[in-house]
Design a protein around this ligand. Structure first.
Ligand SMILES: [Mn+2]
Length: 293
C-alpha cells in the first residue's frame, strides 16, 4: 500500500519533490528493523503541522508525492541495490527532487550513483554517528558499515559530520583520501564550525543523514545508538546553512528503526519535512508568508 507524506499528496506529474521509501535493511549488523523506517516516517508525517513557523511556509505546497516503496530481493544485496538505483534514476530523469527514506545506510551507495548518472558531479555531506568507512563488514561490501568506503574509492569528495565511532584504519583512510572530518566531540566543544564545513563542500551537495547522528536521548529508535550526538537544533542549523549556501541535489534519511517510541518517529518526520522546506525556499518554489516571489 502506498502511504503519503503529510496531509496533502500531490499527483506525480505535478510534484516537485518525490519521497522514495526504501525499506531495505538486510545489511544491518546489530538491531534489525530499519525496513520499517519509511512507513513510520510517513505515518508520523500525517501528524505534523503543515505550516512551518520557522520557515514561514507550508513545504507540502511545493508539491510532494510519496512514491511506491522500492522492492528488495531476498538473499541478494546486489540485486536489491540495482532496484534502488533504477527506481531513483527514473524519478531523477523525470526531473524530481528526490528524498529517499531508509532503510539501512547501504542504500546510500546506489542512490548516490543514480544521482551522479542523472545530475553529474557533487560532493557528499554525510551526517552520522559512524564513519561507515569499512571496506566490508561481516564479509559483505554491501554492508551498512561500508557505503562511504565505496563512494570514496569512486572519487566522491566526502565531508563527515557528527562522527563518534571510527576505527584506526578508517581514520587513516580518511586522512589519506582527504575526507573533511568534523567529529561530534569537536561540535560539542566549539559549536558547529559551519564556515569550515561549507568551505569543505563543493557547490553541489548530496546529503546523507543517518538518524543516529542525533543524540539517542532524542532519537532512541536506531539500530546502532551512540551517546554524544547532535541536538535537533544543531542538525537543523547545519541543514539550513548547507541549503542556503549550496545547491543540494538530493538527500536520504536512513536507519530509523521504529521501536514504539513515537516521539522519535515524529522527530524524524519533522526533520525530513524541514529539509524539504529548505529546498523549497532555496529553489524559489515557495516564498515565506508576507513576501512575494
Ligand atoms: Mn550510523
Amino acid at each position: 500500500m502506498r502511504l503519503v507524506f503529510g496531509e496533502q499528496d500531490t499527483p506525480y506529474e505535478a510534484a516537485r519533490v518525490v519521497v522514495l521509501p526504501v525499506p531495505y535493511d538486510l545489511s544491518l549488523s546489530f538491531l534489525p528493523g530499519a525496513r520499517r523506517g519509511p512507513e513510520a516516517i510517513l505515518l508520523a508525517s500525517r501528524e505534523l503541522e503543515p505550516f512551518l513557523l520557522e520557515l514561514g511556509i507550508a513545504p507540502e505546497e511545493a508539491g510532494i508525492h510519496a512514491a511506491e516503496p522500492v522492492p528488495w530481493v531476498a538473499g541478494s544485496a546486489e540485486e536489491s541495490h540495482r532496484l534502488i538505483r533504477e527506481a531513483a534514476l527514473a524519478h531523477l530523469q523525470a526531473g524530481k527532487f528526490l528524498v529517499a527514506l531508509g532503510g539501512d545506510h547501504s542504500i546510500t551507495h546506489p542512490l548516490v550513483l543514480a544521482h551522479r548518472e542523472a545530475l553529474g558531479e557533487f560532493s557528499l555531506l554525510h551526517i552520522d554517528a559512524h564513519a561507515d568507512l569499512y571496506p566490508e563488514w561481516q564479509g559483505s561490501p554491501y554492508s551498512h558499515a561500508s557505503p562511504f568506503h565505496r563512494l570514496l574509492l569512486e572519487g566522491f569528495p566526502l565531508v563527515q559530520v557528527g562522527i563518534r565511532a571510527m576505527d584506526r584504519d578508517s581514520l587513516r583512510l580518511a586522512r589519506e583520501r582527504g575526507v573533511a572530518l568534523f567529529p561530534a566531540h569537536r561540535l560539542h566543544r566549539e559549536g558547529l564550525p559551519l564556515k569550515e564545513i561549507l568551505a569543505a563542500l563543493g557547490k553541489r551537495v548530496y546529503i546523507s543523514f543517518d538518524f543516529d547522528a542525533l543524540d539517542p536521548s532524542l532519537m532512541p529508535s536506531v539500530g546502532t545508538p551512540l551517546p554524544g550526538g547532535l541536538s535537533y537544533r544543531q542538525a537543523v542549523d547545519l541543514l539550513e546553512a548547507v541549503f542556503a549556501e549550496k545547491e543540494v541535489v538530493g538527500m536520504d534519511f536512513v536507519e530509523l528503526s521504529p521501536n514504539g517510541q513515537f516521539h522519535a518517529e515524529m522527530t524524524a518526520a519533522q526533520l525530513v519535512y524541514h529539509a524539504i522546506g529548505l529546498k523549497a525556499l532555496k529553489a524559489g518554489w515557495l516564498a515565506p508568508e508576507g513576501e512575494h516571489s
